[in-house]
Each structure stands twice: as C-alpha cells, then as structure tokens.
Design a protein around this ligand. Structure first.
Ligand code: SF4
Length: 332
C-alpha cells in the first residue's frame, strides 16, 4: 500500500463544444474543444488536506468531479488506495463508500421533499451498512456530530439556514464512514460569519476521524486556514504546488504572486503589490507557450514559444521559465 491515499497522474479533460456535424459542413467550421484540465499530477497523503486554488475557469471543479468519478477523464489516471477510479470493478464499488463529495450549494444538493433524517440515512441504506434502530441511532449520532439536534431529523431542508444545511450535507457525506472527502467550495455560498464555523467543524472532524481532504476554493484566506499543501491552477494546468506556509511566505510563480497581491494586507506589512491584470485566456484557444504570458510581467520570447514544465525548486514544484533562469528575483 502506498503512502499517498490519492494519486492523480497526467489528468486531462477536453470538452467537445463543436456545433452539429451538418452545421459544420454547411458553415465550413471545424471541431472545437475546451481544454479544461491538462496534464495535472498530484498526490494526497493520508490525513492531509490538499487544496486547489485558481480563478473561475481554472479547472478546479472539473478536477474534483474527475477525482470522484462523476465525469470521465479524457486521459490520465486517478487512483485512490491503489484502486483506479473510472474502471468499473468490484474494488471501485467498495471504494465508492469511502469517498464522498461536499458541494458548493447546500440549497441545491438537498432534496427539498425529503426529511433530514431520510437524507442522512440514504448513504447508509444505499451501501447496506445498518438497518432499523441502529440506522436511526446512527443518524442521530451524525446530526449531533455536526452540531445539530436529534429532533432536526423530522424537519425539511427549507427549515434550516445556509450554514445548517451545509452541516446536513457534511453529516450525509460522513454517513458511509468515508476516509476521503472532496470539498468543492463548501463555504462560498455561505455568509462570512458562518464560514469560519463550518471550516472549524471540518477541521475538527478531520482530527477525530482521520479524514483526507481535497479542498477546492478560489478564496486564499480559506485555503490558508485549511490546507497543508496548495496547488495553484491556471487555465487547467498546475503552475505551483507548495506547502501552505511556503506558498504564502515565498510564492515562486508570477501568477501565485499576483493572486496573493490581491488579498487584503490585514497585517499592514507595507509590502509593494501589483494588481491582477487581464482576463484568464480563452480555453477554446489557449495562448502558445506559457498560457500565462499575456498577463505576466516577466514574460519573454521563450515564454511565448515554449510551455514551461514543472520542476522542483526547494520544497516547491513550479512551472516557470523565469524561476528556472533565476530572473524572477529582483537584482541586488
Ligand atoms: Fe511568466 Fe514566462 Fe514564467 Fe509563464 S513561464 S509565468 S510567462 S515568466
């Protein structure tokens, strides 16, 4: 058994967005593909929280969905506990119980016609784990474990606030005793005052149950609070992977630096900052070379021509020609 619980290798997803065949014949158009995710590789150790950050359209949620097998990869592999996700096997069916997903919108992910007790009991029933009184007791235990009350099992989702509904989603995710949770922006639909409560609950549950998290967020403050390591995505590619403390104290990739410069400086450090400029490129027609070059202050001719490959710089993996050539540091 390997040290890593999750192994993602060269994961790639292209979506075919071509118009219909007859339309293409009449217009003379060609097939078109959105390059949502390209050659993404990372591992997550048991009990670790690995976060993926990036702007909207960077491919975070597509990776999350491929990791749990909700959508198939175009190429590449995902292995959880040495079982390949995506290949229909008995081992994968057993694995499904051990991986669950928490979605961004707790309003949309709960069936409004079902009572909360039935919603939480659903995975227990589906995987044939418990029945009768033992199942009812387990539902109460799960509700209380996420800070709700045993009587809440008789209520419907609309009777709860947004934060309480996300607690219900967490209880449902934990109902099948998973070891790995994929959390796709789990607090971004919630009020700021409630976000910290949910994040702290998730951290406490991780400590109690030894959970492993893949945490997806566009919010750097949230991933700083939650993650052990962070991967930064730009246009479907990982441009930097680093331990959280290193990423915030010494970001290497120019895009990571721009993202950090956009975070309010609450410590009033007085550090000079650059504004994030430009828009993320069109994934239908990504720029040649480094996809970040139209926005990068360090771009040169090589960047416009040749795509940078990730290399190890200390404990950080970074894909950038300027870092490799040592021209990312200010002159002494
Ligand atoms: Fe900027 Fe070039 Fe590095 Fe891309 S490879 S981030 S364009 S310096």
């Amino acid at each position: 058994m390997s040290e890593a619980l999750v192994e993602v290798s060269d994961l790639t997803k292209r979506f075919d967005v071509s118009s219909a065949w007859l339309e293409r014949r009449l217009d003379g158009g060609s097939r078109q593909f959105v390059h949502a995710v390209s050659d993404v590789t990372f591992q997550i150790a048991r009990g670790e929280t690995f976060a993926l950050v990036g702007e909207s359209g960077s491919g975070k949620s597509t990776i999350a969905r491929m990791v749990v097998g909700l959508i198939p990869a175009t190429s590449g592999t995902v292995e959880i506990d040495d079982v390949a996700v995506g290949r229909n096997s008995r081992a994968l069916r057993a694995l499904r119980r051990r991986m669950q997903m928490i979605f961004q919108d707790p309003y949309a992910s709960l069936n409004p016609r079902m009572r909360v007790g039935r919603i939480i009991a659903e995975p227990i029933r589906a995987f044939g784990l418990l029945s009768g009184r033992a199942r009812r007791e387990r539902v109460v235990e799960l509700l209380e474990g996420v800070g709700l009350h045993a009587d809440d099992r008789e209520k419907f989702p609309h009777q709860f606030s947004g934060g309480q509904r996300q607690r219900i989603c967490i209880a449902r995710a934990l109902a099948s005793n998973p070891s790995f949770l994929v959390c796709d922006e789990p607090t971004s639909a919630l009020d700021v005052s409630v976000q910290a409560q949910i994040l702290n609950l998730m951290k406490d549950l991780q400590d109690q149950l030894g959970l492993t998290y893949l945490f997806i967020s566009h919010n750097l403050a949230v991933v700083r609070h939650m993650a052990d390591r962070i991967g930064v995505l730009y246009l479907g590619r990982l441009v930097e992977v680093a331990p959280t403390a290193d990423l915030f104290s010494a970001p290497r990739h120019p895009y990571t630096r721009l993202l950090l410069d956009a975070v309010p400086d609450v410590e009033m450090s007085g550090r000079p900052r650059a504004a994030v400029t430009g828009e993320i490129a069109n994934p239908l027609d990504p720029p040649p070379g480094c996809a970040f070059h139209p926005r990068c202050p360090l771009a040169n001719e090589r960047c416009r021509r040749e795509r940078p490959l990730p290399f190890a710089a200390g404990g950080t993996l970074v894909a950038c020609h300027a870092v490799e050539e040592g021209r990312d540091q200010p002159a002494p």
